[in-house]
Design a protein around this ligand. Structure first.
Ligand code: SF4
Length: 477
């Protein structure tokens, strides 16, 4: 998962606004950050660094950059390692001029494309799948950058929400399946593109619309020009996990408030007596209060509390100055991170029964450590409630869910998971209730990590014979 941001103005310098926009998207990636722009000599310039936006980038340099259009990126690696040469935007000055690309998503045919391009002489500078788009453009040296980009995007498969800077203007593009969100905003004559609409709030930018699935939108001095990418699929595949966990609750995606969707998931969780429960679960447990795993479980816990009438207590305190555990790259850091980050209140838990609400269980590491910390507070009972279905399959569209072997629900019964995390009972939201809470048509959402239904069957990549994703075949087929 990554975050992208782009800004276009006919006269204002916008690089500092990109910096601020990226800081509002920091939850989407914490490994590296970068901003790129084209200077008055038609050369692409970039500042990139490892870490958080304020660590990686110099605000003072960007506030003075003479850039009337610029793009930026915050990265959490899902393809290619966490290293400086994979930091984005990926930039080049090639035969047809300067180009910079910032990408959210995963290209499922990257390995095949890379092999083909290398056979044609391409030398890759990174291990990031995004570079394939740049190389595909460079292999069309007689075409103008916009045309080369559109043709390159017709070659790639999988998930991409992009902002691209070329001399013809700023381009925002989204794959034909619409996996990752991408929003268009406007303030006066300036246009903005962001992974999530929450980034507009900070800058006083009004949300205009979502970039459509399969759309490439050129923004320049002539205004907005929309192009359709080839290959209109029968249905959309917007990531349902954006509503469950990734997106910020103050974002609106495809007309649906992330906050409202999450709140409704909590309400439905309180109502449901689903099959996705571990014995001895038999309906709502008799508890003294409901507590969230902050922050990702907070909105659903509020919904649970309001629906059930059980009081809400902010009984687990989060240290705001360390990153999300799910976003940390190694198991060791993840485990340490939970203890550093989350602290249950002994005063609230001791001798009392609680429902603990979290958005999902991926490996089970966080849930297990938090329940054990709550037990140390001498809680009488801890019932774990999850506001999404069990994650049983990996994601190949831009989220770093682990392989099947590491997914708690892929290999264990719910009873085993409840035992492993130390909960008195465990219950999940059903897939149907999750989709219902999101409020979009079921056939417009991707739910593959919950039900294993990938683009074209279980091969995962949509290319039928699974020609490129060896890892997909090994894990799923
Ligand atoms: S597999 Fe899961 S995380 Fe990946 S795009 Fe689909 S719903 Fe989102």
């Amino acid at each position: 998962m990554c975050g992208v941001f782009g800004a276009y103005s006919a006269r204002d310098f916008v690089a500092e606004e990109v910096y601020l926009g990226l800081s509002a998207l920091q939850h989407r990636g914490q490994e590296s950050a970068g901003v790129a722009w084209i200077d008055e000599n038609s050369r692409v310039n970039a500042i990139k660094g490892m870490g958080l936006v304020h660590e990686a980038l110099s605000q003072s340099v960007l506030s003075n950059a003479p850039a009337t259009s610029a793009i930026g990126h915050v990265r959490y690696s899902t393809s290619g390692g966490s290293m400086m040469q994979n930091a984005q935007p990926i930039c080049a000055n090639y035969a047809q001029g300067p180009v910079a690309i910032a990408h959210n998503g995963n290209l499922t045919n990257f390995l095949r494309l890379r092999e083909e391009l290398e056979n044609r002489g391409a030398i890759f500078q990174s291990t990031s799948d995004t570079e394939a788009i740049l190389q595909l453009m460079a292999h069309q040296p007689r075409r103008r950058p916009l045309e080369a980009l559109l043709r390159a995007l017709a070659e790639v498969r999988g998930a991409f929400s992009l902002v691209v800077l070329i001399e013809e203007g700023l381009v925002a593009a989204r794959d034909p399946w619409g996996f990752r969100p991408l929003a268009l905003g406007r303030r006066g004559g300036n246009y903005y593109v962001a992974s999530e609409s929450c980034a507009f709030n900070l800058l006083g930018v009004s949300f205009v619309r979502d970039i459509e699935a399969g759309e490439a939108l050129l923004i320049n001095e002539s205004g907005l020009t929309s192009y359709r990418l080839p290959g209109g699929p029968k249905r959309r595949w917007l990531c349902s996990f954006e509503y469950v966990y990734f997106a910020r609750p103050d974002s609106i995606i495809e007309g649906r408030s992330v906050y409202r969707a999450r709140h409704e998931m909590g309400r439905k969780l309180a109502r449901s007596v689903s099959d996705e429960s571990s014995p001895p679960y038999a309906g709502p447990p008799d508890v003294d209060f409901v507590a969230p795993l902050p922050d990702s479980g907070t909105t659903a816990a509020l919904g649970y509390s309001q629906e059930s009438g059980v009081p809400f207590e902010a009984a687990v305190v989060r240290n705001r100055y360390v990153g999300r555990t799910f976003i940390q790259p190694t198991q060791k850091v993840r485990e340490l991170g939970v203890r550093i980050k989350l602290s249950p209140s002994q005063d609230l838990f001791e001798g009392r029964k609680a429902v603990l609400v979290d958005d999902s269980i991926v490996r089970g590491t966080t849930a297990g450590l938090v329940v054990s910390m709550i037990r140390e507070c001498r809680a009488e009972a801890v019932h774990l409630r999850i506001s999404s279905p069990p994650v049983r399959y990996p994601c190949f569209y831009g989220i770093d869910t682990p392989s099947n072997g590491d997914l708690a629900a892929a290999n264990n019964s719910l009873e085993d998971i409840a035992r492993a995390v130390g909960a008195d009972s465990l219950s999940y939201l059903s897939r149907e209730d999750m989709v219902d809470a999101i409020g979009l048509p079921p056939d417009s959402l991707c739910t593959a990590c919950f039900d294993g239904k990938y683009l074209d069957g279980r091969d995962g990549c949509g290319d039928g014979a699974c020609p490129s994703c060896e890892r997909v075949c090994k894990k799923i087929c």
